[in-house]
Design a protein around this ligand. Structure first.
Ligand code: URA
Length: 240
């Protein structure tokens, strides 16, 4: 099996990130650094990533976590901040977040040890909508919100069409529900900045057919068979 595929199947990270690990020299096979996508024999070869031996985990985990504000979604942090992996220590396997949520964003975060599954969800071609409630300063006009619906120019290009609606108004702010299928860095915050509004709070309430629902903050649940099947089907649709 190709080294990048093997790393992803060990639940270390997604396939794309596994490629980066190999190319950046973080992977050793039988004590030798590899920087190429060689084949490994999982029965006999000793594969280490970031200095730690990895093994294939037979049981696949698919979970939905309600991430609180104040947690990072990367697995390690050199600034000593809390990580979402601190909230899932009751799962025996090594699992990783599918995509990212900012330190200051709360809500639904899917996690898994299945690298292919993660890749499918993250890839924009799968058009898996992620829905957020953004609490923003002020009240954008319908015309201004239309520019977000159509797509708006950001420093890294025009965004894909979004679904946008105001769901609640307060004296000097409002809640806007926004659904996007891309996953660029700080995308929702930057989209609102581009139309002149600051996001004061941001919470993700769904990913595809998975709802945040009433998962308590900081807690997780397993995805149901139907939820897992939805993502697998959307991958098949694109491959056809
Ligand atoms: N968009 C953002 O700006 N932040 C997130 O955490 C997720 C989407």
């Amino acid at each position: 099996m190709r080294i990048n595929k093997y790393i992803a199947s060990c639940g270390v990270t997604s396939r794309r990130k596994a490629d980066e690990l190999v190319l950046s020299g973080k992977v050793f096979v039988n004590g030798e650094k590899v920087t190429d996508f060689i084949d490994v024999d999982e029965e006999h070869d000793i594969v280490e990533v970031n200095g730690e031996r990895i093994f294939r985990e037979k049981t696949k985990y698919y979970i939905a976590l309600n991430k609180p504000v104040g947690y990072i979604t990367s697995v390690g942090d050199d600034r000593g901040r809390k990580s979402v992996t601190d909230l899932t220590t009751d799962i025996e396997a090594r699992i990783f977040p599918i995509g990212r949520l900012d330190y200051n964003t709360s809500g639904l975060l899917l996690m898994t040890n299945d690298g292919d599954f993660a890749n499918n969800i993250m890839h924009p071609s799968r058009k898996i909508y992620k829905t957020y409630v953004a609490h923003i300063s002020g009240f954008p006009t319908p015309k201004t919100l239309d520019s977000l619906k159509r797509g708006i120019e950001l420093s890294d290009g025009v965004t894909s069409p979004a679904k946008v609606k105001v769901i609640k108004a307060y004296p000097s702010s409002c809640d806007v529900e926004i659904s996007i299928y891309e996953g660029r860095k700080r995308q929702v915050r930057r989209m609102f900045e581009a139309i002149g509004y600051e996001v004061l709070e941001l919470c993700r309430i769904s990913v595809g057919n998975v709802m945040l629902g009433n998962i308590p903050e900081g807690r997780w649940r397993h995805l149901t068979k139907q939820e897992i099947a939805f993502f697998k089907k959307s991958a098949e649709r694109v491959h056809k």
